[in-house]
Design a protein around this ligand. Structure first.
Ligand code: PMP
Length: 308
């Protein structure tokens, strides 16, 4: 850490990451009172360009989280967007990266304070989560219920929500699984600890609705769009029962960080034939071609950083 020369955007300055200091008594540090986005940018060597995927959608969601948390800050859309571009450029990355943009409750206040608000933006080098030949992960259904809109809304992408994710992920790993799938307070399938879920049944691509105690995931929206409009698949947003996980033909988790990861087993029951399904593979291929600007499709979803 002490040799980390990586630059981050911190309270308006560009500084080495190990020089950033946050008050230990701040509500962000004590109670997780912060909202954030996890973004990715993909390097295209032929173009010599780094493309941020769906930057504007991430900024819009961050502003919604700020609003729901009633944070008092002046950050507007252009400033939030410009700052992300500025810090990626300052690091001169020529590889795939992940970016964390966090707006946090600073100062000496309590969990009910609404100011002062500050921000950091930290890019790090990060390649694909799983190589294309990776066949998939084993999940369990969590014994923990997903947080819901009556208590802590999963729609607010706030730090404290991830304690629910932590409980589920730790339980899964203790029991020898790679990850977990939460049910919501209605007993229906909700999402993973940091991802949304899709299943395939009889050729239909199915995902829980945004009211199923999920984050309004940007990857989920992207997949719904390309599955319908580019791949011509039948796509359905509806509640999913736990036992449908046991009889699904295919399944995958999706999110900016995990990208698209096939699930080949749930609660030690095989999904399909425990191999990556055909529909999953076709969505995965198109997704990676789009994010890296190889397919030529949906260029408006990409923000080039260097514009050479
Ligand atoms: N659900 C949760 C709980 C998440 O943390 C994430 C990752 N941000 C997702 C879903 C996927 O969201 P996105 O596709 O916008 O990254």
């Amino acid at each position: 850490m002490t040799n980390d020369k990586r630059l981050i955007w911190f309270k308006g300055d560009i500084i080495p990451v190990n020089e950033a200091k946050i008050n230990v008594l701040s509500p962000t540090s004590q109670f997780g009172a912060n909202v954030f986005e996890g973004l990715r940018a993909y390097w295209n060597d032929a173009d010599k360009e780094l493309y941020v995927f769906k930057l504007e959608e991430h900024i819009s969601r961050l502003l919604k989280s700020i609003k729901m948390m009633r944070f008092e800050c002046e950050y507007d859309f252009d400033f939030l967007k410009r700052s992300v571009i500025e810090i990626i450029k300052a690091n001169e990355y020529q590889e795939d990266i992940a970016i964390r943009q966090t707006v946090f409750l600073d100062g000496f206040g309590s969990w009910a304070s609404t100011s002062p608000i500050d921000m950091f933006i930290a890019p790090i080098a990060k390649g694909r989560q799983y190589p294309p030949e990776h066949i998939g992960i084993e999940c369990c259904v969590s014994s923990w219920e997903r947080i819901n809109d009556k208590s802590m809304s999963p729609k607010i992408k706030m730090g404290a929500n991830y304690i629910n994710s932590r409980m589920g992920q730790m339980e899964a790993m203790r029991n020898g699984y790679d990850s977990t799938i939460f049910l919501n307070d209605q007993g229906k399938v909700s999402e993973g600890p940091g991802s949304c879920i899709f299943i395939v049944r009889s050729g239909q691509l199915i995902t829980p609705p945004v009211t199923a105690s999920i984050l309004e995931s940007i990857t989920r929206t992207t997949i719904l769009d390309i599955a319908r409009n580019d791949l011509g698949l039948v796509v359905v947003e509806r509640d999913i029962d736990r036992t449908e996980l046991y009889i699904a033909d295919e399944m995958f988790l999706c999110g900016t960080a995990v990208e698209i990861v096939p699930v080949i087993g749930v609660d030690r029951l095989e999904v399909g034939n425990s191999v990556k399904g055909i529909i999953t593979a076709s969505i995965e291929k198109l997704y990676f071609d789009i994010v890296r600007s190889i397919s030529g499709k949906h260029r408006s979803w990409l923000t080039p950083i260097y514009k050479r």
